[in-house]
Design a protein around this ligand. Structure first.
Ligand SMILES: CC(C)(COP(=O)(O)OP(=O)(O)OC[C@H]1O[C@@H](n2cnc3c(N)ncnc32)[C@H](O)[C@@H]1OP(=O)(O)O)[C@@H](O)C(=O)NCCC(=O)NCCS
Length: 182
């Protein structure tokens, strides 16, 4: 079993440790590229990088960064949850659940954006309140994103009349981190 889990905002001096945890979680060469591009981009928010601390060490990290929805009448700022990773030796013990639940609560309490988008495991994210984004009137940023993987979480400022296309911030494109490749 794991010790006490504390979910909190990452401190700036913890970036190297949190980055290494996320890289370990994914084992995907695109992840370090995405992390570094996000960290240095306009879409980064210091207070929207959350870590799960277990026994004094970082066990997981989740980032929320800015992207857009191209709505018929305007461009709307939204958030994207990506990436989220838990250290491989600590996965499947509820740490990801705590990290996502508590970070979403913080985001919902503080942010003006109407929605958090993600593309992810279809069976995992509905438990947190994520819904199929296409059912809410949104089109994905790429045809390579499976319908069931493209999800959105409504924040307090969500207006159900909002429609449009998710437009990822450039860091996701530069890291080739959008959708599934053949
Ligand atoms: C996804 C991740 C963040 C979840 O964190 P976690 O601490 O392992 O998750 P929890 O213990 O809270 O929940 C575990 C549940 O998540 C779901 N889950 C986790 N990984 C899954 C996967 N690859 N496929 C399907 N379901 C998965 C399962 O329902 C699992 O339940 P189980 O333990 O009974 O099998 C973590 O497994 C991880 O870092 N994975 C590698 C990186 C990754 O894939 N990130 C997300 C991309 S969408």
């Amino acid at each position: 079993m794991v010790g006490d889990v504390l979910v909190r905002v990452m401190r700036a001096d913890e970036w190297a440790e949190a980055r290494a945890v996320c890289i370990d979680a994914f084992q995907d060469p695109g992840i370090p590229v995405l992390l570094d591009l996000l960290r240095t981009s306009w879409s980064w928010h210091d207070d929207l990088a959350f870590v799960a601390e277990v026994d004094g060490a970082i066990a997981g990290m989740v980032l929320y960064t800015s992207s857009f929805v191209d709505a018929p009448d305007r461009v709307v700022d939204v958030l994207v949850l990506s990436p989220v990773g838990v250290r491989r030796d600590l996965q499947h013990r509820g740490i990801g659940h705590r990290l996502i639940t508590e970070s979403l609560q913080a985001v919902a309490a503080t942010r003006p954006e109407p929605l958090v988008f993600l593309e992810g495991i279809p069976s995992y994210y509905p438990r947190f309140g994520f819904r199929i984004a296409a059912d809410m009137g949104f089109t994905p940023a790429s045809t390579r994103i499976p319908r069931a993987a493209f999800m959105a979480y409504p924040l307090p400022n969500y207006d159900p009349s909002l429609r449009g296309a998710l437009v990822y911030a450039d860091a996701f494109w530069r890291a080739d981190g959008v959708g599934l490749r053949e």
